[in-house]
Unconditional design. Structure first.
Length: 259
């Protein structure tokens, strides 16, 4: 067995994150799938974007980069969001320095439907329901309901997320939905967390890569869970995690070389 090669945000160190260009590149590279982040706009559309607000130094409007975090995704209509481009980092910015392989592109924020149409049914999508308890977030139940309506009947979709309320809603809408519960870096014993995921009906544990230790992996699998890790960008960590079910990485090219 070898892990699925899952391109994080489409391979965020190689192509502009969460864009159609990134997902097309992940397909062309032969990745098994991609992870993406979904949010709900003011008019109820489901779009693919990580931050609750448009990113400074990455989002542009009329050719000018935002110099501070922009409007909230949930406050913009889908048409208003289309006026922004997220394909090119501002030269000299922190984002550009930490993503040196990116080439400038023109790329709007895509809808989830556009990504699904692009990749087809044979390519896995780890759909992260991007929500939390903050004012910037969309309502987790409304987000889950809208996402489920789009994804219903697609067996290449796995739902992930840190806000387990949204995953629980997906499970209520569709008991057969594949839900891998995401955790941030844990500070203590992972066993109670793993048990909670299994009790909630999850099919997988989507762990911070540092928590994917042999003992924790064995515990999760004994509970009937698959195990994936995020975000694994160093080859030494990739080698250590080769017995996982999925590795999510900004550098799917490096992982492909090891597989």
């Amino acid at each position: 067995m070898q892990p699925w090669n899952i391109a994080h945000r489409g391979g965020a160190q190689l192509m502009p994150e969460n864009t159609l260009a990134a997902f097309a590149d992940a397909v062309a590279r032969g990745c098994d799938g991609a992870e993406l982040d979904v949010q709900r706009t003011a008019d109820g559309r489901i779009v693919v974007h990580h931050d609750f607000r448009l990113k400074a130094d990455l989002a542009r409007k009329d050719g000018a980069w935002l110099t501070e975090p922009g409007p909230r995704i949930k406050d913009l209509t889908g048409d208003e969001l289309r006026h922004f481009d997220v394909g090119t980092a501002r030269p000299g910015s922190d984002y550009a320095r930490t993503h040196p392989l990116l080439k400038p592109l023109d790329a709007p924020v895509p809808s989830l439907e556009e990504v699904m149409t692009l990749v087809g049914r044979g390519f896995k999508l780890f759909v992260e329901l991007k929500c939390d308890g903050s004012d910037d977030s969309a309502d987790p139940v409304a987000l889950a309901d809208a996402v489920h309506e789009i994804c219903a009947g697609r067996d290449n979709i796995l739902f992930v997320g840190f806000d387990w309320r949204a995953l629980a809603r997906i499970r209520r809408c569709d008991p057969g939905a594949q839900c891998w519960f995401t955790t941030d870096r844990l500070s203590g014993d992972a066993r109670p967390v793993i048990e909670s995921i299994a009790t909630a009906g999850g099919q997988g544990w989507f762990a911070h890569f540092a928590d994917a230790t042999p003992d924790n992996i064995a515990t999760a699998r004994a509970a009937g869970l698959k195990v994936g890790a995020w975000t694994v960008n160093e080859t030494a960590d990739m080698r250590r995690l080769m017995d996982l079910d999925a590795i999510c990485t900004d550098r799917p090219d490096l992982l492909a070389g090891l597989l």
